[in-house]
Ligand binder design. Structure first.
Ligand code: G3P
Length: 221
């Protein structure tokens, strides 16, 4: 399973990358806005800085919502760096743009996916990735398993038809989401650094390590 860092913050991206387990990155307009970056040139320069840190695919999202505008912006984004994957929202105009990008060998990530139906359409269009949002669906459905149920359905459908589109599980809120995605067999999870580091944590590890060190120190004061 590939681990992508879901962030627009260069320090967090560098910190995550230093663990040697990061295979790519995803951003979205909210994550970029959170960094206070204004203006197309500054935003594109920021994407380039992320590309210079991370080996692997870097998702950068369009702002346009018309097919013509998405295609224009997608070309501009893909010219930033070969690592750039054009992130396109799951809307009707986005579907037409995904089909165009697929035919023109531009990598895409269809985002804001909240159902297996949306993922199916994106795969039919030849999207490189689909981004089903687990945490947001859990919150919206008030069912803490709604998100992973969606992931299981998508995995089942993609396996049935041997789609090449990769499942990039997103809106990860905790290590449980990551492990449930691994059990389903998604291709990629994208997560903030916090949830990734929480994978390393267990109370018994802390207790055990303290005991080891205390016992050592008894003989080696
Ligand atoms: O960046 C896409 C997705 O990971 C956003 O997650 O936490 O805003 O629901 P979140």
């Amino acid at each position: 399973m590939k681990f992508f860092i879901d962030s627009g913050n260069l320090d967090e991206i560098k910190s995550a990358n230093n663990f040697g387990i990061i295979d790519g990155a995803t951003t979205n307009p909210s994550l970029i806005a959170k960094e206070g970056i204004k203006g197309k040139k500054n935003i594109f320069d920021h994407y380039k800085k992320i590309c210079d840190i991370i080996e692997g695919d870097i998702s950068a999202e369009v702002i346009s919502t018309t097919t013509k505008g998405i295609i224009k912006e997608g070309h501009e984004l893909s010219e930033i760096d070969d690592k750039i994957v054009v992130k396109v929202p799951m809307i009707e105009d986005g579907i037409k743009a995904l089909d165009y990008f697929s035919k023109n060998k531009i990598k895409t990530n269809c985002t804001l996916i909240f159902s297996a139906a949306q993922a199916l359409i994106a795969a039919k269009c030849g999207a490189t990735y689909v981004s089903p949002f687990i945490g947001r669906l859990d919150d919206w459905e008030k069912d803490k398993n709604a998100g992973i149920k969606m992931i299981k359905d998508i995995k089942n459908i993609f396996t049935n038809y041997n789609y090449n589109t990769e499942i990039l599980a997103a809106s990860i809120r905790n290590p449980k989401h990551i492990i449930e995605c691994a059990k389903v067999g998604v291709n990629v999870i994208t997560t903030p650094l916090k949830s990734l580091l929480e994978l390393t944590k267990h109370p018994l590890t802390d207790v055990g390590l303290k005991q080891f060190l205390d016992d050592y120190k008894k003989n080696n004061p």
